[in-house]
Design a protein around this ligand. Structure first.
Ligand code: FAD
Length: 224
């Protein structure tokens, strides 16, 4: 059996933020992440000024994410449309870049990161890995996002009767797109959901939709 004073399960935003905090405090810890490579999670990628403040506190420079700023919001609802300046500049960034920068900062501060390591089950303060190894710890930080881990799973009804689903489409760069979205984010509001559209640091536009399952079901399938 292995031992670590603090075990962080998951190397997404919560896990890396926790690692940065522990590393700065000089507390020994270990972060395990099941993926071998940093992916590009489904996300709107919109970082508000409040989020940027939090990231700044963790030592993350917004310019390392995207030197461009989002300063305006255009909101569409049915036939109505409104546009306004944001109270403070925001940033639009791919999750690949954000997760990469966060993990790199944790590692720079000394966080040991083990990738390709999946926690299968948690029993009190010990974690059983997919390869059968057990890691015992004094403090366990479960940062596996929406993925439940046996032994610490959310209650059955935690998602509610009509959960929200995320759908994302990445739109290839084009001069017309850059012109239409420069410095702004579009929010399209509709019954039981909304979609956000913004340019990201890699020149693509991220169209991300959060919609209740009942609304998707009501829309039907194009295959039907
Ligand atoms: C559609 C949608 C749009 C969103 N848009 C925005 C937005 O515009 N702005 C914003 O600020 N937030 C947005 N969010 C919210 C944001 O994505 C989440 O708050 C954030 O991803 C949560 O971070 P996390 O670290 O908890 O989980 P995650 O980022 O999901 O990280 C969890 C990590 O744990 C790892 N993991 C899972 N299970 C295990 C295991 N058993 N063992 C080891 N590792 C494991 C995963 O591989 C992953 O790397 C959006 C969310 C959705 C769904």
């Amino acid at each position: 059996m292995r031992r670590t004073p603090a075990l962080i399960v998951g190397g997404g935003l919560a896990g890396t933020a926790t690692a940065i905090g522990l590393a700065r405090a000089g507390l020994p810890h270990l972060l395990v992440e099941r993926s071998r490579e940093t992916g590009d999670a489904i996300c709107g990628g919109f970082l508000s000024w409040r989020t940027l403040e939090t990231l700044g506190g963790l030592g993350i420079d917004p310019d390392a994410l995207n030197p461009e700023r989002v300063t305006r919001a255009r909101i569409f609802a049915g036939n109505r449309r409104a546009e306004a300046a944001l109270p403070h500049p925001a940033v639009s960034v791919t999750r690949h870049r954000l997760d990469t920068v966060m993990l790199a900062e944790a590692e720079r501060l000394g966080t040991p990161v083990e990738r390709g390591v999946t926690v299968r089950e948690i029993d009190g303060t010990s974690a059983r890995l997919a390869d059968g190894t057990t890691i015992a710890t004094d403090a366990l930080f479960l940062a596996s996002g929406k993925h439940d881990v046996r032994g610490m799973a959310r209650p059955e009804d935690a998602r509610g009767a009509d959960p929200t689903l995320g759908i994302r489409v990445r739109i290839a760069p084009s001069p017309a797109l850059s012109k239409a979205l420069a410095g702004g984010i579009e929010l399209h509001l509709f019954d039981r959901g909304y979609a956000g559209l913004a340019m990201q640091e890699d020149g693509t536009a991220n169209l991300c939709m959060a919609v209740h399952r009942s609304r998707l079901q009501a829309a039907g399938s194009p295959a039907q």
